[in-house]
Design a protein around this ligand. Structure first.
Ligand SMILES: N=CN[C@@H](CCC(=O)O)C(=O)O
Ligand SMILES: [Zn+2]
Length: 379
């Protein structure tokens, strides 16, 4: 057994209503779990001491990322900054580059991206496939993702690949047939880009068929929905008890009504609106309506090539009407709930020691000092 006493905590965020935080808080981590929380002057002895000298909070949970890819779409991003529109068509470029990459190269790219996330305070990350879109390339994407996380998502229904452009129904059958049966071995989740506003993505009915097949194969459900315009994604997610509907850029009052009281979290991805020059969703309205909101990066080569949750928090506060406190909760506890992980995004006795420290006196600085590398993993 080895224990570490963490002191010098200027602010401790636990996200646990039952944990009382004293004025000069300290905590002890024993064998990877929080074993004691209390006042520093009453702390029991521990093997080592670690002065945090800053704000301690649960590690960020990045519940939406597409890290398994090769290729570069910086030119596409640059065109959008002067008016080009995003419609998902650029995904084909990444599929081509990803299929051409060796296993070693893809693994190294994912490893570097996960390391970049961890340097900025992220703990658990969800990773999707979706740039293979044939059986061997989807399976190796999932295998590589599984080397870095248990939160692996099968996204064979990202877009209809070029070789199936004249046979959409054939591609849906292919995804829910052989590809899904083999993918289910590596993935916990199935996701679908439900977006009738894109010619490349999937309609509500196609999405329903894919998600139900995923559930029958033992996977749990997530949905990319309501990104490019109003559509069926959010209500479908609620109807099928998906853990999360992600993007939520265009939500109607009926969508919000459906989300209220449901077990489906609305995950906002502010880096996507930033990188596609799109209007930001109204997170204030979601929260005020009683919807559970999560924040994630959506790190991917097309709509947001950023691994930084602190950046997402700054955007959510500046552009989406969230308070810093709400945004930090959404990027920790909210995103944990969107993965149905009750053990994450919280600091309490018994929880895993997934801890982040901010080089700042309190969490408000995450929004107040945008772009400054304040966050890092504590252990
Ligand atoms: N919307 C669908 N998928 C990604 C974008 C993928 C890409 O453009 O490469 C997203 O979450 O935004
Ligand atoms: Zn995505």
């Amino acid at each position: 057994m080895s224990s570490t006493l963490i002191t010098g905590i200027t602010e401790l965020i636990t996200n646990d209503p039952d944990t009382e935080v004293p004025p000069d808080p300290a905590l002890i981590v024993t064998d990877g779990r929080v074993s004691w929380i209390g006042s520093a002057d009453r702390a029991p002895a521990a093997d080592t001491a670690l002065p945090a000298e800053g704000t301690v909070l649960p590690a960020f949970v990045d519940s939406h990322s597409h890290l398994v890819f090769d290729g570069d779409r910086s030119v596409e991003f640059t065109a959008r900054m002067i008016g080009a529109r995003y419609d998902g068509g650029g995904i084909a470029t990444t599929v081509e580059a990803t299929r051409a990459a060796t296993d070693e190269r893809l693994r190294a790219l994912v490893e570097a991206r996960v390391a970049e996330m961890r340097r900025q305070g992220t703990g658990v990350v969800e990773i999707k496939s979706g740039y293979g879109l044939n059986t061997p390339d989807e399976l190796r994407s999932l295998r590589i993702a599984a080397e870095f996380t248990s939160e692996v998502t099968f996204l064979g229904a990202h877009v209809v690949p070029v070789e199936y452009r004249s046979d959409r129904a054939g591609y849906v059958d292919f995804v829910i047939g052989e590809m899904l049966q083999r993918a289910a071995e590596y993935a916990r989740w199935i996701d679908v880009f439900c977006e009738p506003n894109s010619p490349h993505a999937f309609t509500g009915e196609e999405s329903r068929e894919i998600l139900l097949a995923g559930r029958a194969a033992g996977l749990e459900l997530r949905v990319h929905g309501n990104q490019l315009g109003h559509g069926p994604g959010a209500q479908l997610a609620v109807e099928l008890d998906a853990a999360s509907v992600d993007h939520c850029t265009y939500l109607s009052d009926a969508d919000i009504d459906a989300l209220v009281g449901s077990a489906t979290v609305a995950t906002v991805l502010p880096g996507v609106e930033f990188s596609t020059h799109s209007p930001y969703p109204d997170a204030r309205k979601l929260i005020d309506s009683g919807v559970t909101v999560a924040i994630a990066s959506d790190c991917n080569p097309g709509t947001c090539y950023s691994t930084s949750i602190p950046f997402m928090i700054s955007l959510a506060v500046r552009e989406m009407g969230m308070t810093p406190t709400e945004a930090v909760w959404a990027a920790t506890r909210g995103s944990a709930l969107s993965l149905r992980r009750d053990d994450l995004g919280v600091i309490k006795v018994g929880s895993p020691a997934e801890l982040t420290v901010l080089d700042a006196p309190n969490h408000l600085h995450l929004a107040y000092r945008p772009g400054v590398p304040l966050a890092r993993r504590l252990l």
